[in-house]
Design a protein. Structure first.
Length: 161
């Protein structure tokens, strides 16, 4: 392989791959898998690819999306859920600490209290396992449909459903 066609992952690792192959690999990881941390494809290599080393060999749209995914993963990597209030559904972020166990939370939009662990209205006096009996059956079915179909809840479309 010509040196000009060889991919260089800065000083992270030295596995020799052609630029075209790495570019296609990155494109699939970013566009299809929405992956932030993309590992080198070298056997047993656990080094991540350096986005700035990859920038010259991938389309600018792929690099831009990769940066967005990295931003979300590293900066907004806190646990987040949608408010369980069907009339609100604002995105609520657990900013208490990374991987912290927040239980009672208040939606910043509708001000309703809810359980961050079971994603239901606040159930004072009930454990999360018991709180399922407090849910509206339509909400349960809709949540199951979202998970089954791997759909995303878009708050601005909710009133149209």
């Amino acid at each position: 392989m010509a040196a000009s066609k060889k991919f260089k992952n800065k000083s992270r690792c030295t596995h020799p791959f052609c630029q075209e192959c790495i570019a296609k690999y990155i494109q699939v990881k970013v566009q299809d898998d929405n992956t932030a941390k993309i590992e080198c494809t070298g056997l047993d290599c656990k080094h991540d690819l350096d986005p700035f080393s990859c920038k010259p060999i991938i389309p600018s749209s792929v690099f831009s999306k990769w940066c967005d995914v990295l931003f979300e993963d590293y900066v907004l990597g806190f646990e987040r859920i949608y408010c369980p209030n069907r009339n609100c559904m604002a995105l609520v972020v657990n900013e208490s600490e990374r991987n912290g166990t927040l239980k009672k939370a208040q939606c910043p939009s509708c001000k309703q209290w809810f359980c961050f662990q079971c994603k239901l209205k606040w159930h004072a006096g009930h454990r999360c396992e018991q709180s399922g009996n407090l849910r509206d059956p339509n909400d349960i079915m809709f949540g199951q449909l979202l998970e089954t179909m791997n759909w995303t809840r878009w708050p601005w479309l909710w009133p149209l459903c």
